[in-house]
Design a protein around this ligand. Structure first.
Ligand code: FES
Length: 111
């Protein structure tokens, strides 16, 4: 029997390679099976951070600000912590977060 291909929500999804992640310390997958994902870290990190980088204010794509350990919106300067929580408005809702891991050469995330 074949397993349905529409149940992507609860399983690990590949969003890129370890080489891509290590190159910049982050990896943006715009069209992953679970939507846009930004993974922050490297293969040496204890914990990878992964969020949907779509700002919950008006949908701009957030950037990662390593020095301040936060995501920042280029449009109206909202700030979010690594846990996706709002640190500074105008956004009010938290980011969707993912669990991330490395397996072999692949970077995987799960809702
Ligand atoms: Fe991100 Fe407005 S779209 S703060």
């Amino acid at each position: 029997s074949t397993s349905p291909n529409n149940s992507t929500a609860q399983t690990w999804q590949k969003v890129g390679t370890v080489a891509q992640l290590d190159q910049k310390g982050q990896l943006l997958a715009q069209n992953s099976p679970v939507g846009p994902v930004l993974v922050v870290g490297t293969s040496k990190s204890k914990n990878l951070i992964a969020v949907n980088p779509t700002c919950t204010h008006k949908g701009c794509t957030l950037g990662w600000q390593a020095k301040k350990n936060q995501f920042v919106c280029p449009c109206h300067d909202a700030e979010f912590g690594p846990d996706g929580k709002v640190k500074e408005g105008p956004a009010e809702k938290p980011l969707k977060t993912f669990t991330a891991k490395i397996e072999g050469d692949a970077v995987l995330v799960k809702p």
